[in-house]
Design a binder for this molecule. Structure first.
Ligand SMILES: C[S@@+](CC[C@H](N)C(=O)[O-])C[C@H]1O[C@@H](n2cnc3c(N)ncnc32)[C@H](O)[C@@H]1O
Length: 342
């Protein structure tokens, strides 16, 4: 069976999932007093006017809201690059170790309302699974902080049915509520648990489990094969990033993978204090890299100290950071900095 037949077939009403306002009203006061584990200033906005998760697309994925069928002019207006989608597909083709990106794939994404962000999800799945070694349990256990509407679990669970167990942590009530509404609608065969609904967490008991960031201890002694943060630590403070990296280190199994894709020159420009026992496997820019210093950084928790080896890979990565003022990532960051000053 071709893997393409497993891919999502979205319809235009994909973003119309209604939000559970009662759940939002319960979570928002908790988030407001959660301190370090609550949302930072970028993510504390009023949501009373929001009725569907479509209202959040821009905040979650920025350039990724571009439909794959957008014209070059529309692509240029959103991303600064008229050929943004073809570039993204070419990159997927280069890294495609699953045999997914072919003429059927191109036809599928055009016919089923895909966005650039959905191509990001395919990219994340390809990159992550390329580096994932043997895992011990019947399912790969994944922990993601700041997963937006849940695009990565959706894509993984479609492509690897019955093989993935996923815990989503978020500090932002509208993200937690949206992800739950969305994934329940898109993965009707999956089982769901939610701490906010009173379900307690046991490894293996749900395909997808949602937990607010201020309740992390409820995950107990579970250990994960993969920990993920995509475009989320980049908007936090040094204290929060240090806290989450330290917590990831507790939760990741020996030999597990950390998949950390963030800008380092946007809001958070501090130090990335990865545990010294995490060895860098790869650090590179991708077509998603919307600021110059934006990389997908893939590390594995091993036994030993890898600071020196990691530093060499970081130095090599730094030589690839674009500096040409006409480069779309360089001009995007310049505009952001200018807008902040104004
Ligand atoms: C820019 S969105 C990225 C979403 C998703 N990773 C993606 O790539 O589609 C940032 C995500 O981080 C979450 N977030 C923001 N502040 C957070 C915090 N302090 N702790 C945990 N999650 C946070 C947001 O709710 C959102 O889900």
């Amino acid at each position: 069976m071709s893997l393409v037949s497993l891919l999502p077939r979205w319809t235009p009403d994909r973003w119309n999932q209604p939000l559970d306002r009662a759940m939002l009203d319960a979570l928002e006061p908790q988030a407001a007093i959660a301190g370090l584990l609550g949302p930072g200033p970028q993510w504390t906005f009023t949501t009373g006017h929001m009725r569907t998760l479509g209202d959040m697309l821009h905040a979650w994925v920025g350039w990724g809201r571009l439909p794959v069928l957008a014209s070059p002019d529309e692509a240029r207006a959103t991303t600064g690059q008229g050929d943004f989608i073809p570039q993204l597909v070419r990159y997927l083709k280069r890294i495609d170790h699953l045999g997914l990106i072919d003429a059927d794939f191109a036809e599928h994404i055009a016919a089923h309302h895909w966005l650039a962000a959905d191509l990001y999800s395919v990219m994340d799945v390809l990159e992550l699974t390329a580096f994932l070694g043997a895992t011990t349990g019947p399912k790969v256990r994944i922990l993601e902080i700041g997963g937006g509407w849940g695009r990565v679990p959706e894509m993984l669970m479609r492509l690897f049915p019955g093989k993935v167990e996923y815990v989503m942590v978020d500090a932002v009530p509208i993200s937690l509520v949206s992800a739950e509404a969305y994934l329940r609608a898109m993965l009707p065969e999956a089982t769901f648990g939610s701490l906010a609904r009173g379900d307690s967490y046991q490894p293996g008991s749900y395909d997808v489990y949602f937990v607010p960031s201020w309740e992390l201890e409820q995950l107990g002694t579970a250990r994960f094969d993969v920990v993920i943060n995509i475009e989320s630590f980049q908007e936090m403070t040094q204290e929060r990033v240090d806290y989450y990296l330290g917590w990831f280190d507790l939760m990741i199994a020996d030999g597990g993978i950390a998949y950390i894709a963030n800008s380092r020159d946007y809001v958070f420009t501090g130090d990335w204090n990865f545990p010294t026992s995490w060895r860098t496997l790869s650090r590179h820019r991708t077509p998603r890299s919307w600021t110059p210093d934006n990389s997908t950084h893939i590390l594995r928790k091993e036994v030993g100290h890898f600071t020196a080896a990691n530093r060499i890979i970081d130095a090599a990565f730094e030589t690839t950071i674009p500096t040409d003022p006409h480069h779309p990532a360089v001009s995007t960051l310049r505009q952001i900095i200018e807008a902040r000053k104004a």
